[in-house]
Design a protein around this ligand. Structure first.
Ligand code: FES
Length: 107
């Protein structure tokens, strides 16, 4: 199934370095030959203190406090590798709320 990596580009995530993550993630996904994975900016997931935040949808995985050094592992996961547990730190009730919002098609 194709996946979308939503990378928050709002002020807090940007101030923590989310801006260069978009291009870096796109480049790593292309280098890995993952043609069914897209990278898109997102407006805010409501976990601004935990940024940079990346949500993988429709798979529904949320990675928080992502740094450039973490991207290889995230790309491995997108290629079928293990879920990056140490970046999965967001409270499950907030995750559910955001996943429900995404399920309505608003992104
Ligand atoms: S600024 Fe990124 S989650 Fe709000």
């Amino acid at each position: 199934m194709s996946q979308t990596c939503l990378v928050c580009q709002n002020i807090d995530c940007k101030s923590r370095g989310s801006e260069p993550l978009v291009a870096a993630l796109q480049q790593k996904i292309a280098a890995k030959g993952l043609t069914d994975v897209e990278v898109k900016s997102y407006m805010c997931f409501g976990a601004c203190q935990e940024g940079p935040n990346i949500v993988i949808y429709p798979e529904k995985n949320w990675y928080a406090q992502v740094k450039t050094e973490d991207l290889d592992e995230i790309v491995e996961h997108l290629a079928g590798g293990p879920h990056v547990k140490r970046l999965d730190t967001i409270d499950s009730s907030l995750k559910e709320l955001i996943y429900q919002l995404l399920d309505t098609g608003i992104f």
